[in-house]
Design a protein around this ligand. Structure first.
Ligand SMILES: Nc1ncnc2c1ncn2[C@@H]1O[C@H](COP(=O)(O)OP(=O)(O)OP(=O)(O)O)[C@@H](O)[C@H]1O
Ligand SMILES: [Mg+2]
Length: 530
């Protein structure tokens, strides 16, 4: 069952219960009010009749008609024997049938303990006088036969004490009666009854009106309920639409935020949007991680392919030399020398390649580096001496005005400078000048190797630190490099928390600039020992 339907049923049940409650209350209150009106009429009729009967008059149609027309009246002995009875309707009176009478019980309720009315003094009314005839006023006796004394003053007499009750209709064409019973001065019971024909009609009409109005009100409540439930559920529809958008791939879709933060819908919207934001962030993060993983996987595959390719050349060369050897080159001393030196060169190249690959793999895995103070000017001076010893055709200028200290692994940092200087020898023509500059830049130690050789193209500047990248393959191959030197430079520098970039030297050539976090100079340190 849908939520909308359930809410509508709830609205209908509440409306029906409220309408039935209101209907019952109105009906019974109005019924009591009408009975009160009839009771007032009976009370008014009682006064002249009771007065007359207490003065010795008889119950006659004219006495009843004089008081209130159309009511039933009866006098009974305390034992219930009917002394006189006046029917309520003319038809009954003419027929002397007394069909139209209340269904009275044998014992009238509410009389026990009631005081009998007292016999009033004063003149007898005209209507009463007609009922007296020539008889003297009867001696008023109590039910026990004792004489009742006539009250001395009118104030002492009392009338109007009576008990009221309703008798039901005994036949469908007869009305119910509202009945008043009181005790006369002689102890007899005076019963007055007013048919409730008009009251019954009024109440039936009220019931019809209530049913009609309640039906209309129920329909109106349902129509309003449909409208309000529709408005109330709109935010849920929006949540559903947002969920559908997200399912279709729009991760940025959010529930429209149109409600105040204090309202339930406002809070729900905000919480949902926050949750969606978090899910979408995590999804994007996972996406990024997956893409990075895929990239690194493909780089790894490329790396392995390149590494095996690089190893294949020296292995092929060594096997070619051994082939020559087996074909009898060992008997020719000049060939033997060539073969041996060739095998030595190729194995040296292989072992360098394997050492480079090992180093890169170790750095990738977060190989722990030493962290000791390293003075870079001294380190660079050693590297320059070594470079000039290996290739004196590539003069190197070392420019450093102050000691620059970093914390790191001296051997690896030396390898960085060696690789850069060896690249100058490998990738620039003999006689190319080169400058190695060392300085501090704020908190960084900067090592800059700038040459005036052919330099790098735009693609080279961008990709030169990739593994196995060689800009001019034929020439690089001739120089014997595998394309790992700068990748190693980058890995070592980054393991020291630094960075390296390749730039074009103004006026032509290539510049490699390395930044490493410098150890603060003792003189610069604010709290330095002084
Ligand atoms: N100073 C330079 N001038 C011009 N090109 C350079 C310079 N240094 C590097 N390159 C280019 O960058 C490429 C990558 O250099 P890298 O040092 O990584 O490899 P390699 O020198 O070729 O081989 P390896 O260093 O592994 O022996 C070189 O092949 C070369 O094309
Ligand atoms: Mg190199």
């Amino acid at each position: 069952m849908s939520l909308r339907f359930r809410l509508l049923i709830a609205v209908a049940v509440i409306a029906v219960v409220a309408l039935i409650g209101a209907g019952i209350a109105t009906y019974s209150e109005f019924g009591s009010y009408l009975n009160g009106q009839v009771d007032t009429t009976l009370q008014a009729a009682d006064v002249p009749i009771e007065t007359c009967l207490n003065q010795g008059g008889h119950l006659t149609v004219s006495l009843v008609e004089e008081s209130v027309p159309g009511i039933f009246a009866e006098v009974r002995t305390p034992a219930g024997h009917v002394i006189a009875s006046v029917p309520a309707t003319d038809e009954d009176r003419q027929l002397d049938a007394n069909l139209d009478r209340p269904a009275l019980p044998a014992r009238i309720p509410g009389l026990a303990g009631m005081r009998p009315s007292s016999r009033p003094a004063g003149p007898v009314s005209d209507a009463c006088a007609d009922t007296l005839g020539n008889e003297p006023p009867p001696q008023v006796t109590t039910t026990s036969g004792a004489a009742v004394s006539t009250p001395e003053s009118p104030e002492a007499s009392h009338l109007g004490e009576g008990t009221y009750f309703t008798t039901p209709a005994t036949r469908p064409d007869e009305p119910a009666y509202r009945v008043r019973a009181s005790l006369l001065a002689n102890g007899d019971v005076l019963i007055l009854g007013s048919p409730l024909t008009a009251t019954g009609d009024t109440l039936s009409r009220l019931l019809l009106i209530e049913l009609g109005v309640s039906g209309a009100a129920l329909l109106l409540a349902l129509a309003l309920g449909v409208l309000l439930v529709g408005i109330g559920l709109r935010p849920l529809v929006e949540v559903e639409q947002t969920a559908e958008l997200i399912m279709d791939g729009d991760l940025e879709a959010r529930v429209p935020d149109r409600f105040r933060a204090r309202t339930e819908m406002g809070r729900l919207t905000r919480v949902l949007n926050r949750m969606l934001g978090r899910i979408s962030d995590e999804f994007q993060e996972r996406d990024r991680t997956e893409r990075a993983l895929r990239r690194s996987e493909s780089r790894m595959r490329q790396f392995l392919a390149d590494a095996s390719h690089e190893l294949r050349t020296p292995i092929a060369a060594v096997s070619a030399y051994s082939e020559l050897f087996s074909r009898g080159a060992d008997s020719r001393p000049e060939d033997l020398t060539r073969i041996l030196s060739g095998i030595q060169n190729e194995t040296a190249r292989m072992s360098r390649l394997v050492a480079d690959l090992m180093l890169l793999t170790n750095l990738d895995e977060g190989w722990p580096l030493q962290h000791r103070p390293v003075e870079l000017v001294a380190l660079c001076a050693d590297a320059v001496h070594a470079a000039e010893a290996v290739g004196s055709d590539w003069p190197v200028d070392l420019i450093a005005t102050e000691p620059v200290e970093v914390s790191g692994d001296e051997a690896r940092l030396r390898q960085v400078v060696d690789n850069l200087l060896s690249n100058v020898r490998s990738h620039t023509p003999a006689g190319t000048g080169c400058t190695l500059r060392l300085y501090r830049d704020a908190t960084d130690a900067v090592i800059e190797v700038a040459d005036h050789g052919p330099g790098l193209g735009p693609e080279g500047l961008e990709r030169v630190f990739e593994r196995f990248f060689r800009e001019d393959t034929s020439r690089a191959r001739a120089s014997g490099g595998a394309g790992l030197g700068l990748a190693i430079v980058k890995a070592i520098v980054e393991a020291h928390g630094g960075s390296v970039v390749a730039l074009a030297t103004p006026g032509g050539g290539a510049t490699f600039r390395i930044r490493l976090p410098a150890v603060p100079d003792a003189a610069d340190a604010p709290d330095g020992p002084g």
